[in-house]
Write a protein that binds this ligand. Structure first.
Ligand SMILES: Cc1cc2nc3c(=O)[nH]c(=O)nc-3n(C[C@H](O)[C@H](O)[C@H](O)COP(=O)(O)OP(=O)(O)OC[C@H]3O[C@@H](n4cnc5c(N)ncnc54)[C@H](O)[C@@H]3O)c2cc1C
Length: 485
């Protein structure tokens, strides 16, 4: 048999591409190297029996706000997003904290002197989310369907987060939480475009929340797989693809893997110049992660942090910028930015009664072998004295571990590549996104627009390109309903 499409890799983008194609009546096979599906959206018992940990992604503002996920019946296939009382908290010394609620007014009120600025900069984007998200979570070079909305986002988004945070806000609360969100860029906050991460993540908090998936992030992957199966698609695990010979006959192949892996697999099918551009794709800093099994809730000094799904432990905006600058220069900060998810606060199914899970990671230079456990725990203790006393077990996942388990995480970089310079938007190479010089080979991973995160939008856009181009399906790129229907 000749498949209409084979997808290499079952991460959220690969599965979304497969679902969109299968829903259009195409025969689809997904080949996954690992014995489990899901790539960066997976869960497992990493510490003690009864504790369910998210191996990679944990917090899902982009999944909850994703235009393609919203258009798919994922709830009918087992996915439930659960929302913590507080979306995001950013503790400061002295028991203070910046608190982002799902409710825009409540959040702005808490920002004191920055209430008006919050409504103006963040609130407006949140209220425009349904028009903004399809553009912001898509290829850059497209005719915007709502130019004014895109302009309102794009102008401040282009600025360095340090500069915009300082100019827009006066309080340490607003500046701190803005800087913490910008740190998701894995870039020094003095770099252009770092504001785009903070603006999108904070707007998403009001638009769709920062939920976790009930039962673990694996539920996102499993729901996509179930939907795929309902439309006749097939997934084969433990099927690493090393060369084109490992791929059964197919009209098109979509690669949900990193650019270097594509170059290795495709070999002579792609011209030498294109392969060398794929091989020179740049990777940024890495993640050093610890999963904890806890004897009880984290004893945060600030009470709002205790009911937050996500806590950014970084201190002031200045400290945050300093730590990220050190990492991008190849160093390991004493006071790192620690991104924390307390999944079990919102989803008690993650741990035995009264116990909790904690997911924490920090940024380190690409390929780092430095143990950041002590630095991470000192930062948490700073805002939650007594934290170490409630640790029942911890499991460290180093940059090397990530690369070993997923070839897309080169050197432990979990963002699908560096977000620096033009590579944020024009990835993996300058040219028509998702396509290669071979009309039957396509790219759909987080190394294509819009980049890292669990949102499925790269897979969605790649599937539309396949439908329009290779299959001449007449689907308009702007039409989500067309692909999902
Ligand atoms: C520690 C960590 C924390 C994160 N936190 C968040 C978060 O909280 N929220 C969020 O939105 N995002 C988060 N992310 C990012 C998110 O998980 C990724 O951006 C996303 O999973 C990328 O999806 P993808 O489909 O492009 O690729 P991936 O999810 O990386 O999937 C690629 C798949 O391809 C498979 N594969 C690789 N090589 C081959 C081969 N040769 N043959 C066959 N299969 C192959 C891999 O095994 C994998 O299953 C996190 C990632 C990590 C690692």
């Amino acid at each position: 048999m000749t498949w209409d499409a084979v997808v290499v890799g079952s991460g959220p983008n690969g599965l979304t591409a497969a679902v969109v194609l299968a829903m259009r009546g195409r025969s689809v096979l997904v080949l996954e190297a690992d014995e489990h599906i899901g790539g960066g959206a997976r869960s497992g018992e990493l510490t003690l029996p009864g504790f369910v940990h998210d191996i990679c992604s944990a917090v899902h503002p982009f999944a909850a706000g994703s235009p393609v996920f919203r258009s798919l019946p994922l709830e009918e296939h087992g996915l439930t997003f659960v929302h913590p009382e507080v979306a995001l908290a950013h503790p400061l010394d002295g028991g203070r904290a910046s608190v982002v609620w799902r409710d825009e007014d409540r959040t702005a009120d808490g920002m004191g002197a920055d209430a008006v600025a919050w409504h103006h900069l963040i609130g407006k984007l949140a209220r425009d989310w349904d028009r903004l998200a399809p553009m912001a979570l898509g290829p850059l070079l497209q005719i915007p369907s709502h130019p004014l909305v895109l302009g309102r986002f794009g102008l401040p988004a282009a600025l360095p987060a340090s500069a915009l945070g300082r100019a827009a806000f006066r309080t340490e609360e607003a500046r701190g939480v803005f800087a913490g969100c910008a740190a998701h860029s894995f870039l020094a906050l003095s770099r252009p475009l770092t504001s785009s991460f903070a603006l999108l993540l904070l707007a998403a908090a009001h638009a769709g929340g920062w939920p976790v998936a009930r039962g673990g992030s694996q539920a996102i992957s499993d729901s996509l797989a179930s939907l795929l199966a309902a439309h006749g698609g097939r997934i084969e695990t433990s099927r690493p693809v090393r060369t084109m010979r490992d791929i059964p006959a197919a009209r098109v192949v979509l690669f949900d893997v990193g650019p270097r892996t594509i170059a290795d697999i495709a070999g002579d099918r792609l011209p030498r110049h294109f392969r060398s551009r794929l091989r020179s794709y740049r990777y940024g800093p890495a993640a050093f992660k610890i999963d904890y099994a806890l004897d009880g809730p984290v004893p945060w000094t600030n009470p709002d942090c205790r009911v937050a799904g996500t806590v950014h432990v970084a201190g002031t905006a200045v400290e945050t910028a300093r730590a990220e600058a050190i990492v991008t220069k190849g160093g390991h900060p004493d006071k790192p930015v620690v991104l924390i998810s307390q999944q079990s606060v919102a989803d008690p199914s993650r741990a035995p009664a009264g116990k909790h899970t904690l997911w924490a990671y920090t940024h380190v230079p690409n390929g780092s072998q430095t143990d950041m456990t002590d630095a991470i725990e000192r930062q948490i203790e700073r805002f939650a004295p007594g934290f170490r006393d409630i640790v029942l077990a911890r499991r460290v996942l180093s940059p090397g571990w990530f690369e070993q388990h997923n070839s897309s995480y080169v050197g432990g970089n979990i963002a699908g590549g560096s977000n620096g310079g033009l590579q944020l938007a024009l990835r993996p190479v300058l040219g028509r996104p998702y396509r290669t010089p071979d009309d039957a080979l396509f790219m759909c991973s987080a190394s294509t627009p819009p980049g890292g995160g669990v949102h499925g939008m790269a897979g969605y856009h790649a599937a539309l390109v396949v439908l329009e181009g290779a299959f001449r399906d007449g689907v308009r790129s702007s039409s989500l309903a067309a692909s999902a229907g």
